[in-house]
Design a protein around this ligand. Structure first.
Ligand code: PMP
Length: 390
């Protein structure tokens, strides 16, 4: 039954149906686009295209409304419990979103002697902006301490023991990732809130969770969410920051002073509609099942070592659930060579250090990342090719 459901969805991705001999397994880098997103872009450009926030004729007014409607669309998609008070700001992706928070908002929130938590094995996009804030404030004589939050292999999550030991009353800002882009773990955000208390601001890098699993702000006590539209089936260069506006100063970036990426915003609304209709809960079940199939297969192949949590993928286990990202290495073949061999068999995977922060150990590894269009057949074919290299 879920096979039928998935085949019908996969058939809506023209780039995939057009290349039946290739397997796109790099969705954590960027996702493919369904026909509905391509149609929304085409329709907008052929019926409505104008600039937003200026102009008084129908196309311009309609463009302005589409941008505003998409802000509400993002809030609904995230199950925003207080949409009257939140802000949605469009960005080119997660990197720009996190940088905007770090540059425009965080310096006005922190005072001398405050501490910020930075996860050292995360994506660089969730490390460097916070260190830059620290440097910027130091130049003005405000000294902020960085508490490095480690990742723990055994649990597939952050090291919550270390965080609980480090965090104190001066810990006012915490950067975390929702789903780790190398290890695939679904990080325990409620435990972060427990460790840092009710007053700290939590900023969530949701690049690998939005569009892959249901994300409900009602159940996550966080203040900022940054994500990339292009990883959630929308066009490249689209993304957003959601800001709760409850702790600290208001988040007021940009406004209408520049031309927004209207086509990207239109594509984002269409992508969120498509994802909601498909069901993010079903998408999650599908990609988690494929990732389990891949890790189970890899565990039987002695030549490979899986990075991140090895033990269990069960939803009720004490280790974190693995989402649709599996990173592994061959004990003898380097990742560049392995990537080359895999592409000769039609597999597109990521093989480098995955933009991971300095404390990461993902160099020389291959990352397979999935989305709703990924198939059981692709995983089985990949495993049989990997087995021949064992
Ligand atoms: N954070 C994480 C966890 C990511 O996986 C990525 C993309 N690989 C980013 C941030 C950066 O996203 P973007 O390139 O869309 O800005």
């Amino acid at each position: 039954e879920s096979g039928e459901w998935q085949r019908a969805l996969r058939a809506q991705f023209p780039i995939l149906t057009g290349h039946p001999d290739l397997a796109y397994l790099d969705s954590a880098a960027t996702a493919q686009k369904p026909q509905a997103v391509l149609d929304a872009v085409q329709t907008y450009l052929t019926t409505t295209n104008a600039n937003a926030g200026r102009g008084t004729y129908p196309w311009a007014n309609r463009t302005t409304s589409l941008v505003e409607e998409t802000r509400d669309r993002v809030r609904r998609f995230l199950r925003d419990p207080d949409p009257e008070r939140s802000a949605v700001h469009f960005t080119s992706g997660t990197t720009e979103g996190l940088r905007t928070i770090a540059r425009d908002w965080l310096p006005g929130f922190l005072v001398d002697g405050d501490e910020i938590v930075v996860p050292v094995a995360d994506h660089q996009a969730n490390i460097e902006p916070w260190l830059e804030t620290q440097r910027q404030l130091a130049r003005q004589g405000t000294h902020v301490r960085v508490l490095p939050m480690p990742y723990q292999q055994a649990s597939g999550d952050y090291d919550h023991t270390v965080l609980a030991r480090l965090a104190g009353p001066r810990t006012r800002f915490v950067a975390v990732t929702h789903v780790h882009h190398v290890y695939g773990g679904d990080m325990n955000i409620p435990r972060i809130r427990e460790a840092v208390g009710p007053d700290a601001v939590i900023c969530l890098d949701a690049a690998q969770s939005i569009g892959h699993l249901p994300v409900s702000l009602a159940g996550l006590d966080v203040d900022f969410v940054a994500f990339s539209g292009h990883k959630a089936l929308a066009l490249p260069g689209s993304g957003a920051v959601w800001a709760r506006q409850a702790r600290g100063p208001r988040f007021v970036p940009g406004g209408w002073s520049g031309t927004p990426h209207t086509v990207g915003i239109v594509s984002l609304a269409a992508a969120l509609d498509w994802l909601e209709a498909a069901g993010t809960d079903r998408i999650e079940r599908w990609t988690v099942a494929l990732a389990s199939r891949l890790t189970d297969g890899l565990r039987h192949l002695d030549a490979y070592e899986i990075l991140g949590c090895q033990t269990s993928l069960a939803a009720d286990s004490p280790v974190q659930r693995r989402q649709g990202i599996v990173t592994f290495r061959h004990r003898e073949i380097g990742s560049g060579d392995l990537g080359f061999i895999l592409f000769s068999h039609g597999f597109m995977v990521r093989c480098d250090q995955h933009c991971q922060g300095s404390a990461g150990e993902s160099s020389e590894s291959v990352r397979v990342s999935l989305h709703v269009y990924s198939t059981v057949e692709e995983i089985d074919r990949l495993l049989s090719v990997l087995a021949t290299l064992g």
